[in-house]
Design a protein around this ligand. Structure first.
Ligand code: B4P
Length: 188
């Protein structure tokens, strides 16, 4: 039973690695970005709200995101562990996750910060823009996402470092190499 949070800037490889780690650990990978994108595709009320923020490179409001994660973590497959990809991203989300875990008498096992150079992440996201056409991968929006990350999410690593939960993993290089580093960092 593993409860893991994956932090890192846009383009560091969180989504790519989350799927691999979750499969190895036998826990669900819960990506807030993916859940928002599914809601956008399905045209739900949540999707309409989320799209406005995502297309501008801004975070979806905490109240909306926290409620969505609380619902997802209440599903049976998350009761024996999970990998959170892209949550928490703000100080308020850290507090809300603390409350959700406390209510289940559960604790995080690891918080992994996946790091990568800014030039590299911009190149990765612009390449994805060409291949997949994601509406938030244009250069201006990518720059804004990186600013928002630096302002709101990067400081969270220090919070988890103080709790002795943080491990930093270099996300540069081949996908397989990064997976091997991640598994090593969490002792698998
Ligand atoms: P996310 O979907 O989480 O987007 P992301 O940060 O860009 O990460 P992603 O997982 O897509 O990219 P990855 O690094 O794996 O969030 C999107 C938006 O949703 C946010 O901007 C925000 O608006 C909203 N949102 C999500 N969570 C929220 C929250 N908690 N609160 C508020 N708002 C929230 O990969 C990028 C690319 O790099 C891929 O194309 C991949 O193939 C490639 N890549 C990966 N590893 C590589 C490697 N080693 N070498 C070369 N390329 C690699």
């Amino acid at each position: 039973m593993t409860r893991l949070v994956l932090l890192g800037p846009p383009g560091a490889g969180k989504g790519t690695q989350a799927a691999r780690l979750a499969a190895t650990l036998g826990v669900p990978a819960i990506s807030t970005g993916d859940i928002f994108r599914r809601n956008v595709a399905d045209g739900t009320e949540l999707g309409v709200t989320a799209k406005r923020y995502m297309d501008a490179g801004e975070y979806v409001p905490d109240s909306v995101t926290n409620a969505m994660v609380a619902d997802r973590l209440a599903e049976p497959d998350a009761s024996d562990g999970f990998l959170l990809d892209g949550y928490p991203r703000t100080a308020e989300q850290v507090e809300e996750l603390d409350r959700m875990l406390a209510a289940q008498d559960a604790r995080l096992d690891h918080v992994v910060e996946l790091t990568a150079d800014t030039d590299e992440v911009v190149q990765r996201l612009l390449k994805r823009a060409q291949e997949q056409g994601r509406s938030d991968d244009t250069e201006d929006v990518v720059r804004r996402r990186l600013e928002v990350y630096a302002e709101q999410t990067a400081p969270l690593a220090a919070v988890y470092e103080r709790r002795d939960l943080l491990v930093r993993v270099d996300g540069m290089g081949e996908v397989d190499e990064v997976t091997a580093r991640l598994l090593d960092a969490i002792g698998v």
